[in-house]
Design a protein around this ligand. Structure first.
Ligand SMILES: O=P(O)(O)OC[C@@H](O)[C@@H](O)c1c[nH]c2ccccc12
Length: 264
């Protein structure tokens, strides 16, 4: 459980010669009762770790697709406590690691200590808190460490090198390389500097580096994956699942399986 489970899952994929694939889904989109099946589907089709978003009324880092998914999830009554409850009850049915993506406000309202304890009890392995800067981490880190939860840090393309080094040193599980300036959401192409930025992060990080924000086609998965250890896909997965287009999700995951291509 916890940090080690994330490290293990990522290591297994990399040793096999594949790239890590982390899908993001919004908990409660489509009804919270769907969550165990959504997780099982992603696990079955080869996801490495699942990033599970907790809906929040003021999602400052999110673009329209994820904002709308959050509104749908809130409208059907999804709460942090509800998500933890479902995960706790279905713990034995999955072996894929789960990472929460939640704004700090929700953790603060829940109580950081209680939050971390309940996460551990529900089999959650780590958290991403996009609005918790390095300088404020003490608000959460002691509780998270006590309950063996990895705190995955985000690197932004606007951060100076010195700061990137500190982020890379502190991160646990993986380093989340935000590839664009702006909010989450599908994009058609990437600026050329992204390649250099990912290479820089690889050179300063001992922890696997995963690229996220705007990854939305199998081509993106292959391209970006070629410069780091794998990718995170949010908006495109959220949209495909909401439309019932499971084929699209499978194709995205398949693009991270380099070893399959080599054998073919
Ligand atoms: O939606 P995109 O562009 O594929 O980006 C990933 C992203 O959705 C997911 O990791 C995420 C959702 N909300 C966030 C807030 C901050 C950082 C990351 C996230």
């Amino acid at each position: 459980m916890g940090k080690k489970r994330i490290d293990q899952a990522i290591q297994n994929v990399l040793e096999q010669g594949d790239k890590v694939f982390v899908p993001y889904i919004m908990a409660g989109d489509g009804g919270l009762e769907q969550l165990p099946d959504q997780i099982a589907f992603l696990e079955e089709h080869g996801a490495t770790v699942i990033e599970l978003g907790i809906p929040f009324s003021d999602p400052v880092a999110d673009g329209p697709t994820i904002q709308e998914a959050g509104i749908r999830a809130l409208a059907n009554g999804t709460t942090m406590a509800g998500v933890l409850d479902v995960l706790k009850k279905t713990q034995g049915k999955r072996s894929i690691p789960i990472v929460f993506m939640t704004y700090f406000n929700l953790i603060h309202a829940y109580g950081a200590g209680q939050f971390a304890a309940d996460c551990e009890a529900a089999g959650v392995d780590g958290v991403i808190i996009p609005d918790l800067p390095l300088e404020e981490e003490d608000l959460a880190v002691p509780a998270l460490s006590r309950h063996d939860l990895a705190l995955i840090r985000l690197a932004a393309p606007t951060s100076p090198r010195k700061r990137l080094k500190e982020i890379a040193k502190r991160t646990e599980g993986f380093l989340y390389a935000v590839t664009v300036k702006g909010t989450t959401g599908a994009r058609t192409e990437y600026a050329e500097e992204v390649t250099g930025y990912l290479q820089t992060l690889k050179s300063i990080s001992d922890t696997p580096v995963l690229a996220g924000f705007g990854v939305s086609t199998p081509q993106h998965v292959k391209e970006l994956g070629g410069h780091c250890d794998g990718v995170i896909v949010g908006s495109k997965i959220v949209q495909s699942l909401a439309e019932g287009n499971t084929e699209e999700v499978k194709e995205l995951i398949k693009a991270s399986k380099i070893s399959l291509v080599k054998q073919a």
